[in-house]
Structures are given as C-alpha cells and as structure tokens.
Design a protein around this ligand. Structure first.
Ligand SMILES: *Cc1c(COP(=O)(O)O)cnc(C)c1O
Length: 430
C-alpha cells in the first residue's frame, strides 16, 4: 500500500525514484501552444509515437526501393514471414503461447473472423452475452453476425449492464446472467477492460463459469492489452482480439491481433474464412496448383492476406519497448501507483460544494485489481466546458458523450508530475 501526499515535491520525488523514468524519452511528446509538452492522458485512444518507429519504417521503405519483389525473402526482416517477428513479444504481453497469436487486420475485422469460427448458432444454443455499455463497433459486429445467421438480435443478444444507480458491473451479476441463460448461450463476448468506465473484468472467473456450461468465451482486449496483465492461455479463454494503436503505441490503424487457445489453434478441422496466408507454407506458392486449403496448425491458420509491412513495422518497434521495460509486470506496478495517485488527488477535493453535491466523481472502480490505468470522471455540471478548459491549458484527455472525461496516465511515458498537474487543473476548475 503506497502512501501518497498532495505536495508537488512528492510527485517530483516519485518521478526521480521511478525505475521506468527513462522510457518517456523514447516517445515523441506532442507540444502545446506554449511549446511545452502536453499533459498527454489519451494513450487509451492513441498511444504516442515511439521515436524508434521512424527508423524501423525507413528500413522497410529502403528495402522496397532497393529490393522490390526480392524483399519478400531478402529484406533485413523478410516480408514473407514478417508477422512471425511479432508473435513472441505479443504472446508475452497476454500470457499466450506464440502459436496462439496472429497479428493481422483491424480489431473489428478480427472479431468477425473469430465469430465466423466460434459463433455457429444452433436451434437451441444461439444467444450471445455482452457487456453494456460496449464499444459501438463490437455491438455492430455482433448484431450483424446475428442477422447474418438469420436471427433477430432482439431475442439473441443479452446485455450485462450495471445495476440502477451504479456504473460498473458486478461479477456476480454477470455470473448469474450466464447461469440463467446457460442452455441457450453460445458465446460470451466481453471486454478485458471496459472502454467507458475502465473496469477490468474478472476474465478468469467469467471464463470458468461459462465454459463449465459449454459456452465459448471471447475477450476484446482493446483497452486491456499493454495496460493490464492477462493470462489468456492459463485462463483457457477460447479467443481474443485487440488493436495495437492504444496502449501498444503502434500508430493509427496499426495491425491488430487475435488469440486462439492452443486447443483451437491447432485444430485444422475448425471452420474459418480462409486465404492463402493461412495455408501451409509448403504449398502456399504452388498457387493455382493447390486448390485445397490446408490450414497452418496454429493461429497463423486464420491469417488471410499477406502481412501489411508498413503497419507492422511500427508495432515491432513498440513491442521492443515493452520487452525492454521488462514486460507488463513492472509497467503494471508503476501503473497501479500512478493511477492510485490520480485517484488520491481527485478524492482530496472532489469538487465538494456548499450544497453538498459534487461537480464530478470517478466512476472507475477504486480497487486497483478492478481497473487498469484509465480513470473515468463523470462531470455532473457543464461537462463539455470543463473538458474545453482542460484542453485550453494543455491537457489531452478525451470526452465521451454525454458527460464523461477519460484520463489514462500510462506507465511508459506519463509522470507523477503529469498526474499532479492534471489534478491541480481539475481542482481549479471545480
Ligand atoms: C478501440 C476499440 C475498437 C476499435 O476497432 P477497430 O476495428 O480497431 O477500428 C473496437 N472495440 C473496442 C472495445 C475498442 O476499444
């Protein structure tokens, strides 16, 4: 248990003692109008650019210029197998085996591909349980999958929402909902960390309960990967999907990823939507001579197209930073302190007024084990004005309609002093 203090000196001292302090230098920090770095708390939306990305990307441009088609095999990092360079560092971040991981496409595309394999509704088992509020892209993907199978989302989709007057979900309520619908549920599709509240779900418990009743479990790691430790293999999660431009800092539209548990990844009988890069490499280049699809017996068997090199190069550079930092554990240790500090400062003066009502309050769970680095602040009066004031003084966070400000101090490049300044500005504008 860390004891915090509200003095500026305290923030400075924590930064000086931070074993990860030199990592901030590895990123480009956007500057405000005064020429000073912004207080960047939007890494949950778009992570900052690692300085090493430029060189990694230029290498691929050079190889293209100099080698053209020969770069597929002769580039410094051959393009043909470029995705293979990502699977080990990626697997380390999510507690997976390298053969359970494939980096490809965008998150939502991967969600569709995983559902093509894992959502195969029958007359008796056809329902899907997801959390509310969910990210709209996930909702669209799930609803259109349901319609694609000729079903109606109205009788198919079960939403697990917070209780009246609460903002986050109780694990017991999720479990009860699974139990109540167990015979009809085909799939539980839930986030690792909820995009809106920052709640970190108890994936292990949810997975155990669902699988005991024969239900498949998929996890959307968009806000979890690079933020909180997960053990997808040990938790026996069936599949997971993620994007890489949030906490992974791999740049706009960066290539996403998918996890398939070993027991599925190696099962070449599983139905899927296929393309040539999921095919056995031994016969892949026989092209028209091999009309039968023979999947690679790993997550690679779900890869459809050849790897997008310019989207993967930044991801290579950014994953190297996670390895250099010692993986997710030391980052999580700092993150717990950093976000705990923000929580502490916000609770010092949570906008209390004479009337006793608060202008704003934190809706993210208080316990470190139930959240990642994001703190969601519900603003009860003039939320947009408060957000605009923050922007005007050099804070970059984000606003979710109608009244939530999300701020995510990330352990790789944010400082305790960033958090201290953010909290001070917020207090001044109560
Ligand atoms: C960021 C995010 C997405 C984005 O989907 P893309 O396909 O990468 O554009 C989807 N779902 C969740 C939960 C997200 O947080």
């Amino acid at each position: 248990m860390t004891t915090f203090s509200a003095d500026e000196d305290f923030a400075r001292r924590f930064d000086a003692e931070d074993p990860l302090q030199q990592f901030r230098e590895k990123f480009h920090l956007p500057l405000g109008e005064n020429g000073k770095p912004l207080i960047y708390l939007a890494g949950n939306s778009l992570g900052l650019m690692p300085k090493a990305v430029r060189e990694t990307l230029e290498q691929e441009l050079d190889d293209w210029a100099k080698l053209a088609v020969d770069a597929h095999l002769q580039a410094q990092t051959p393009w043909y197998s470029y995705h293979e360079t990502l699977r080990e560092p990626m697997a380390r971040l999510i507690g997976a085996k390298p053969t359970e991981v494939i980096c490809m496409n965008g998150l939502t595309v991967n969600l569709h591909l995983m559902m093509a394999t894992f959502y195969r509704p029958t007359k008796s088992r056809f329902k899907i349980l997801m959390e509310e509020p969910a990210f709209p892209s996930d909702t669209y993907a799930i609803k259109t999958q349901i319609v694609h199978h000729g079903l109606d989302p109205k009788d198919t989709l079960i939403l697990a929402g917070p209780r009246k007057g609460e903002f986050t979900l109780r694990t017991n309520d999720i479990v009860d909902l699974i139990e109540k619908n167990a015979d009809q549920l085909a799939l539980v599709m839930i986030a690792g960390v909820n995009f809106f509240t920052g709640q970190f779900f108890d994936i292990s418990t949810i997975t155990k309960v669902a699988q005991k009743r024969g239900i498949t479990v998929g996890i959307d790691l968009a806000h979890a990967i690079g933020n909180v430790p997960v053990s997808l293999h040990d938790w026996k999660v069936d599949f997971a999907v993620w994007c890489s431009y949030k906490y992974l800092n791999a740049g706009p539209g960066a290539v996403g990823g998918a996890f398939l548990h070993e027991r599925h990844a190696t099962n070449i009988e599983l139905p899927r939507l296929a393309g040539w890069f999921g095919n056995d490499p031994n016969t892949r280049f026989r092209l028209h001579l091999e009309p039968e699809f023979i999947p690679v017996p790993s997550a690679d068997g779900w890869q459809i197209s050849n790897p997008p090199i310019f989207s993967m190069a930044p991801l290579r550079a950014s994953l190297a930073i996670f390895d250099e930092a010692g993986g997710i554990e030391p980052l999580r240790a700092k993150s717990i302190k950093l976000t705990g500090y923000l929580q502490f400062l916000l609770e010092l003066a949570p906008g209390k007024r004479q009337s006793g009502s608060d202008r704003y309050g934190v809706i993210t769970p208080r316990e470190a084990g139930s959240r990642g680095c994001q703190v969601s602040i519900l603003v009860r009066e003039h939320p947009k004005e408060l957000f605009n004031k923050l922007e005007a003084v050099g804070v970059k966070c984000d606003f979710r309609e109608p009244n939530v400000i999300r701020a995510a101090p990330t352990p790789l490049y944010n400082t305790f002093h960033d958090v201290w300044r953010f909290a001070k500005i917020l207090r001044e504008h109560q």
